[in-house]
Design a protein around this ligand. Structure first.
Ligand SMILES: [Zn+2]
Length: 414
């Protein structure tokens, strides 16, 4: 089972926007870009919303049927580990093996020695085509990389083999993710991680490293864009080199997590994947939920009231809602609009504050991030929230499709 060169991960908190998301993919196809769609949802999200992996499968199948979509689509068991993968086994055909928590644990001596022996061929000055400075790999560095990453890759191997056995011949796509960690991986680290993945015989088709800079949820990239450009460029060179030297799928590609709304690096990604003729997987998630809120606010009346209620409640439950996301949001609490202010907002004021239009002076990066994590409040509203989505289906869908197509697919692929 091979995923297409370009793919887009579309999360959907409440499971009603599958069709609107797929419409964006269809729109891209009509403009000449083939994109696979991957509905991703993590265990964390399922727990907060109260949904199950099978719900995502049902949503995806239904959207595909309703639109008579002929392209490739997947359901991603996002950020799973050995403890929760069983929940996803039957409904998913894309598994993101998250081993970030195992980085830094030391593997056993025998494995370490074997790895070091095998990879010592790269010690010294290493020339990677496309990288215009020789990489220096010392024995000590190789050892410290092995001590830092080998165990995590072995854990990925364990999960991969477990899935393979349980799936009993049912094919699936494998992604390995190491993005939810404090420090970015250097190109040299990336090289040896890929070597270890090949040793574990994990046919990874996508790999999600931690890039430098901040990939906060629902907002633009924060960091040095030039540095990202260079790093992304070098990672693509490393992947090409690794594919030629190790036993890895030839179409192995990078996966960018929290990839929605990172407008200031889309130019780099677009340019570099074209230059390297490389593929890419971009995961978006909460951005669809925020478009639901924008649609409700835009509809006015009861929809706007619900959007306001969600903000007001999120404002009051700031600490609780932010806690699970503390490493991927940066909210200036004092700059948030107050409850009194938002209560009196018009439709337009709410929409302008929330919609990710950086040219709009009313756009509010703090409010947007708080609402991003506020989906728990909507989940607790239950039927009231869902009914509002049904009642305003058209306007919500329009926002969902436009956001994916105009703000994401266009700058990345068209
Ligand atoms: Zn991730």
């Amino acid at each position: 089972m091979q995923i297409a060169k370009y793919s887009l991960g579309t999360g959907d908190r409440f499971g009603l926007q599958g069709k609107a998301q797929l419409a964006a993919i269809e729109k891209a196809r009509r403009r000449g870009v083939e994109l696979s769609i991957v509905w991703n949802k993590s265990h964390r999200e399922h727990c907060i919303v109260g949904s199950s992996p099978q719900d995502v499968r049902n949503e995806a199948d239904k959207a595909v049927k309703d639109l008579n979509y002929q392209g490739q689509y997947f359901v991603d068991a996002d950020h799973i580990g050995i403890d929760n993968v069983d929940l996803f086994m039957d409904s998913s055909d894309f598994f993101t093996l998250d081993v970030a928590d195992f980085i830094g644990r030391k593997s056993d001596k025998k494995s370490l020695t074997a790895f070091l022996e095998k990879q010592s061929r790269f010690i010294g000055k290493l020339t990677i085509p496309g990288i215009n400075r020789p990489l220096e790999v010392s024995k000590e560095e190789l050892q410290s990389i092995a001590e830092k990453y080998l165990y995590a890759v072995q854990e990925a191997g364990k999960i991969y083999r477990y899935i393979k056995e349980k799936r009993n011949g049912e094919d699936f796509v494998t992604e390995v993710s190491m993005d939810e960690t404090a420090k970015p991986q250097s190109p040299v680290e990336m090289l040896f991680i890929l070597a270890a993945l090949a040793d574990e015989k994990i046919p990874a088709q996508t790999i999600a490293p931690k890039f430098s800079g901040r990939f906060n949820k629902g907002v633009d990239y924060i960091g040095d864009v030039n540095q990202f450009h260079q790093e992304f460029d070098e990672d693509l060179c490393i992947i090409q080199f690794a594919v030629e030297h190790f036993d890895l799928p030839s179409d192995l590609k990078l996966s960018v997590h929290s990839g929605s709304d990172k407008f200031s690096i889309y130019g780099s990604i677009r340019e570099l994947i074209r230059r390297h003729d490389a593929g890419i997987h971009v995961k978006t998630a909460g951005t669809t939920w925020l478009e639901e809120l924008i649609g409700l606010a835009e509809a006015g009346g009861k929809g706007l009231e619900i959007a306001k209620q969600i903000y007001i409640s999120s404002y009051g439950r700031f600490d609780e809602l932010c806690a699970p996301y503390v490493s991927v949001i940066d909210i200036d609490r004092n700059a948030l609009p107050t409850v009194a202010e938002v209560t009196n907002w018009t439709s337009l004021q709410f929409v302008d504050a929330l919609r990710h239009d950086q040219d709009c002076p009313e756009y509010d990066v703090n409010l947007r991030q708080l609402l991003h994590v506020g989906y728990k409040v909507a989940a607790e509203m239950g039927q009231t929230y869902m009914d509002a989505l049904y009642e305003n289906e058209d306007i919500v869908a329009k926002n969902v499709t436009e956001n994916l197509f105009d703000r994401h697919i266009k700058p990345l692929f068209l």
